[in-house]
Ligand binder design. Structure first.
Ligand SMILES: Nc1ncnc2c1ncn2[C@@H]1O[C@H](COP(=O)(O)OP(=O)(O)OP(=O)(O)O)[C@@H](O)[C@H]1O
Ligand SMILES: [Mg+2]
Length: 409
């Protein structure tokens, strides 16, 4: 039955992935269906061809449905691209009554006020994420419930996207015969799948290097502080290879995955050679890995430097105790981690989604961080609706992210 499964639909620039999950006996997610279909109807996170995008969605969903043996009706969908904006907002409210104990209603009022913060008219609200509260301009707290004061102020992070881009994604999902439950900014979903609470507490920057966009989310003290997206990704690396080696895009993608490396010192002087077909009927040529690194490394460095610029802009660069986590397909590039350590001058790890059962091998890749994270969002919202349930609290993953997810919806 559909209401027992959670479906994440990651509409990416290079692939659409549909992941179907259900809760297992340990309150973790069990992945029961995965469908991936190449996507060519988007550019840098924006739909440029509705029909092609609808087809990719349908194919990915059908494949996942077949594997899981369920019909999918409603989906949680990812959204990304440099049209997304993050902004901090404040919502002050007065507690003007005899009993000045702060109630849930006051908290909701403060969030409501903060939500009303101005954003451009061509933008739509995607997330309102509480960051903390102050009571009477002093006491800072994560949960003011029951405290006494005459003024409560909520601090929130507001994430918006361009209305037209959002509408096009909604149209594609609808035309594919699906009901869109919620749009989630992709790095929020990815962080859900690959970051743990300690990393968020210590301070961490998540960088999701996709095909067309690289998305950044900065966390400190468990809260999201800054988001950004830059319109460069793995596709640019492939283009550079195609131009540099004068070879078709398809072949460029193949050699990138097979022989590519983003950090020269890792080759240790070895220069394995391989053949590449030329465009326009010219003869195949032999190329060494040294040449390939020479093309890839500057582009990866550019992507990482743009991400670093965003992290600096966030003002939290010195507070990232847990360093940087790279995810998305671009994180699979050999040498990406080493190159990133050089650029960021801090520890870097590759974020691979974990902590679930079922078809683990099919989705244990940075490519699926967004899809898995969307399923986690879905699972938590369901949990919210049916709370309280025995056995949810404590150490279970779903139990742990209950509080987290509350902050994001
Ligand atoms: N083994 C690999 N080595 C290097 N790059 C890889 C490898 N596997 C995949 N990639 C690259 O990862 C990118 C796709 O990543 P991902 O699936 O995360 O993107 P997407 O979600 O489709 O795009 P976006 O998030 O930008 O909309 C492609 O550019 C692809 O070339
Ligand atoms: Mg992606």
């Amino acid at each position: 039955m559909e209401n027992e499964v959670f479906v994440g639909l990651d509409i990416g620039t290079t692939k659409v992935a549909c992941i179907i999950a259900e809760p297992d006996e340990n309150n973790l997610l069990r992945i029961i269906g995965v469908g991936v279909s190449p996507s060519d109807g988007l550019r840098k996170g924006t739909v440029v061809n509705i029909d092609r995008t609808v087809n990719s969605i349908k194919k990915a969903v059908e494949e996942a449905e077949l594997m899981a043996g369920v019909d999918v009706n409603s989906v949680w969908v990812g959204i990304a691209g440099d049209h997304i904006r993050g902004k901090n907002g404040n919502g002050p409210v007065a507690i003007a009554r005899e009993n000045p104990e702060i109630t849930q209603e006051d908290i909701d009022r403060a969030i409501g006020m903060a939500k009303a913060t101005q954003f451009p008219p061509d933008c739509e609200l995607l997330h309102v994420i509480p960051q903390g509260y102050s009571v009477d301009d002093q006491k800072k707290t994560d949960n003011p419930l029951g405290m006494r004061g005459v003024k409560l102020e909520a601090e929130v992070h507001i994430i918006t996207g361009q209305s037209t881009v959002i509408q096009d994604i909604k149209t594609c999902v609808e035309k594919a015969g699906l009901r869109l439950i919620k749009l989630v900014f992709e790095p929020l979903a990815s962080s859900n799948a690959v970051l743990n609470k300690d990393e968020k507490e210590l301070g961490v920057a998540l960088i999701d290097i996709g095909g067309g966009t690289t998305d950044i989310a900065v966390y400190t003290e468990e809260h999201i502080r800054y988001i950004a997206a830059v319109g460069v990704g793995g596709k640019n690396v492939t283009n550079d290879i195609a131009i540099g080696l004068r070879t078709p895009l398809e072949k460029a993608e193949e050699v990138k995955r097979k022989y590519g490396n983003a950090y020269q010192p890792l080759l240790r002087g070895e220069n394995e050679r391989f053949m590449v077909p030329a465009v326009g009927g010219n003869e195949d040529r032999e190329v060494g890995r040294e040449v390939l690194v020479g093309i890839i490394e500057p582009r990866v460095e550019e992507i990482l430097t743009l991400a670093l610029r965003e992290i600096k802009k966030s003002g939290y660069q010195q507070m990232l105790g847990a360093g940087v986590v790279l995810t998305g397909g671009g994180a699979l590039m050999e040498g990406a981690r080493e190159k990133a350590e050089e650029v960021f001058q801090m520890p870097v790890k590759i974020g691979i989604p974990g902590r679930f059962s079922g078809l683990t091998e099919a989705v244990k890749s940075p490519i699926h961080a967004t899809g898995i994270g969307l399923c986690m969002f879905a699972a938590e919202s369901r949990r919210e609706v049916s709370e309280p349930r025995p056995g949810v609290k404590g150490d279970s993953l779903l139990g742990k992210i209950v509080t987290w997810i509350k902050k994001y919806l």
